[in-house]
Design a protein. Structure first.
Length: 281
């Protein structure tokens, strides 16, 4: 099933997409409490999709995690050496909830960088509390999946000269480049885990102004969805509604020096997870 959060008559609501035009309303607020309560559905009023404004399915999850360097072709296109999975652990970082926006939202270009990039990604939503789960168990803890875009600033300029040869400066610039407002679009809907099937068989595509930049598949992840969840659950307790972005395939702007400018439209298409469109301004 496809679940959405939306604004109707000035209030945030959530519901189930009956078809491409109709929502069966399920309750107040976004999907967070719905997921925590086990996602049981009792359809309410029918609402026309055209009469609401879709929001990010989860607007303020407890945690928004993301995986860096999780596709070999993305690692090598940006100058990295091929990675040996047997000698690695997943590279997880956090993005703030203020980075979350929904489908159709305009992402403000920050004044601390002029090199803003795109990263189409599969997002995983945790459905129940997970701590120290195995990879074999991990998918049983998934509520569903969404399309996402890990928008990234590839360089930072704070208006004064810094020692950029310091590796710590490079790392924290890279990390800060993930944090800006609007840098985590999510949506347009949450597809339940049962309806999604194998999370390692989802196409990942991103267009900028109608030109395809990324075209890959989740089958090419270095660490699978299950492995990412298992690893994260060793580091922290995962709770219902937590989100994990799972990395991006090749085709990012940093590989060619092409970056976003005001007015550009990004379109993320993850097949059954829908199409997520956002512009920058």
């Amino acid at each position: 099933m496809r679940f959405v959060s939306y604004e109707r008559d000035g209030a945030v609501r959530h519901g189930r997409l009956v078809d491409d035009e109709t929502i069966a309303e399920l309750g107040d607020g976004d999907l967070l409490a719905f997921i925590a309560d086990g996602m049981s559905t009792v359809d309410g009023a029918s609402v026309a999709l055209r009469d609401v404004r879709l929001l990010a399915p989860l607007q303020r999850p407890g945690k928004l995690l993301a995986a860096a360097a999780n596709y070999q072709d993305h690692v090598t296109e940006t100058g990295g050496e091929p990675l040996d999975k047997s000698r690695l652990s997943p590279r997880l970082f956090l993005k703030p909830p203020t980075s979350i926006v929904g489908p159709g939202a305009v992402i403000p270009l920050p004044d601390v960088s002029h090199e803003i990039d795109w990263e189409a990604e599969l997002a995983v939503v945790i459905g129940r509390t997970a701590r120290n789960v195995t990879a074999e168990q991990a998918l049983d803890y998934v509520a569903g999946y969404m399309a996402s875009n890990d928008v990234s600033a590839r360089s930072m300029d704070y208006g004064f000269e810094r020692d950029t040869d310091d590796k710590a400066v490079w790392f924290f610039d890279w990390l800060a480049g993930k944090w800006c407002d609007g840098f985590a679009p999510l949506g347009p809907w949450l597809l339940s885990a049962g309806a999604t099937g194998d999370p390692q068989a989802i196409p990942v595509r991103l267009d900028v102004n109608g030109v395809t930049k990324q075209h890959g598949s989740t089958k090419d992840m270095i660490f699978t969805v299950a492995e990412l969840i298992a690893h994260a659950s060793r580091l922290m307790t995962l709770e219902p509604g937590d989100v994990i972005l799972t990395g991006t395939p090749s085709g990012v702007g940093a590989a060619t020096g092409e970056y976003l400018t005001a007015g550009d439209e990004m379109t993320v298409d993850l097949g059954p997870l829908g199409t997520l469109r956002n512009t920058v301004a």
